[in-house]
Design a binder for this molecule. Structure first.
Ligand code: 6CS
Length: 360
């Protein structure tokens, strides 16, 4: 009951914030983006693309390439403006702005959009993906049953799902070494905002704390939390390695995100433009897979160089990972019980897609 009230208040606050930004974006407020002003003066169509990460990260690389290709292929008739993390608020705000049509494209990680589309939380469960990122890439790229179900779920909320891709293995930074689920006992680990992530870490005995991305650094610095979990490039870009003494690569889950557009906006485009968007995001699969690999490799090197005294566990042993795998299995049932039959369907379709990709 208390949770329901807190969730209601959170949603009201998000909506109020999004309405404020919509006024700002539609020109009632003072438009600050020089790029948008120039585009309006030239009578160019502006597509707004909001991402959940800072400049230089994986989502930024995706949005930049999308911008480059769209502008080139429309001979400059379309200008894509990218809004990096923070400029339009948190991930929840960005999702609301997309729903309202104030931005046209956005990234939505299941760890956040799972509060709006609960079924997508299947992508957050630990040890459901392959140990091989290339297998996961194939599984997510396939236009199979999983994709059809997710398409419908996004559509029902006013979105169109464009792409699902990996951003690299999740890694833990903490105030202690983590090698067994026992090491998580009482650990206040920051997680993204969806309930499945709370359940995932409670299963290890931790005390997970949902928090917005932008608050994690100060949360660690001020001792409000002891740990957090993100891919290496994000740990570097957000400087989390400065405020935790341990970095542990558990390879328990890849960080997955989704690219989406406002459904009405997409339907309002000409058939050619719709095809252009679809074709462009399809092409970006290979590009972003290579980029995230490169970003994460470079990030580990940068982190080592910037903080040589950081304790790095580059890989848990197979036995250590097996203990986490076993501790995580009960969360699948929790997810099914909480999310319901469509959630179960999504989980089964995901497991089947990974299995099929593994066989290829
Ligand atoms: O931890 C988070 O909240 C964020 N992490 C990444 C890597 N991307 C976006 C997400 O919001």
């Amino acid at each position: 009951m208390i949770f329901a009230k807190a969730e209601y208040l959170r949603r009201v606050a998000t909506l109020a914030f999004a309405m404020l930004f919509t006024a700002f974006l539609s020109g009632c407020g003072e438009e600050t983006s020089e790029e948008v002003e120039a585009a309006l003066a030239e009578d160019v169509e502006v597509w707004r693309f909001a991402i959940e990460e800072t400049a230089g990260g994986v989502q930024h690389a995706y949005a930049e390439r999308f911008k480059e290709l769209i502008e080139e292929r429309t001979d400059g008739d379309v200008r894509v403006t990218i809004y990096t993390y923070g400029t339009l608020g948190t991930s929840d705000h960005v999702t609301e702005l997309l729903r309202m049509g104030s931005v046209h494209f956005a990234m939505a990680s299941p760890g956040h959009i799972g509060t709006v589309i609960p079924e997508v939380q299947a992508l957050l469960l630990h040890f459901v993906f392959s140990d091989d990122p290339l297998v996961n890439k194939r599984a997510l790229q396939e236009a199979g049953e999983l994709r059809n179900t997710l398409n419908e779920l996004y559509d029902a909320k006013g979105f169109q799902l464009l792409s699902i891709y990996q951003e690299g293995w999740m890694a833990w930074t903490a105030d202690r070494e983590i090698r067994t689920p026992d090491d998580f006992q009482g650990l206040r680990i920051r997680v993204m905002t969806t309930p499945t992530l709370l359940a995932a870490y409670q299963a290890y005995g931790a005390a997970p704390t949902p928090m917005a991305y932008g608050e994690v650094y100060s949360g660690l610095q001020l001792g409000q939390i002891d740990a957090q979990v993100n891919p290496l490039f994000a740990i570097r870009d957000m400087s989390f390695y400065e405020v935790n003494d341990y970095l542990i690569m558990g390879r328990h889950a890849p960080f997955i995100t989704t690219a989406m557009t406002n459904r009405d906006f997409m339907e309002g485009l000409s058939a050619d433009r719709r095809e252009l968007v679809t074709q462009t995001v399809d092409e970006l699969h290979d590009y972003i897979f290579d980029m995230q690999q490169q970003f994460n490799q470079e990030a580990l090197e940068d982190i080592r160089e910037n903080r040589p005294e950081l304790n790095i566990v580059a890989s848990l042993t197979d036995e250590e990972r097996q203990a986490f795998r076993e501790a995580s299995l009960g969360v699948r049932q929790w997810y099914i019980d909480t999310v319901g039959p469509t959630g179960e369907q999504v989980l089964n379709q995901l497991l089947a897609a990974v299995e099929a990709a593994e066989q290829e």
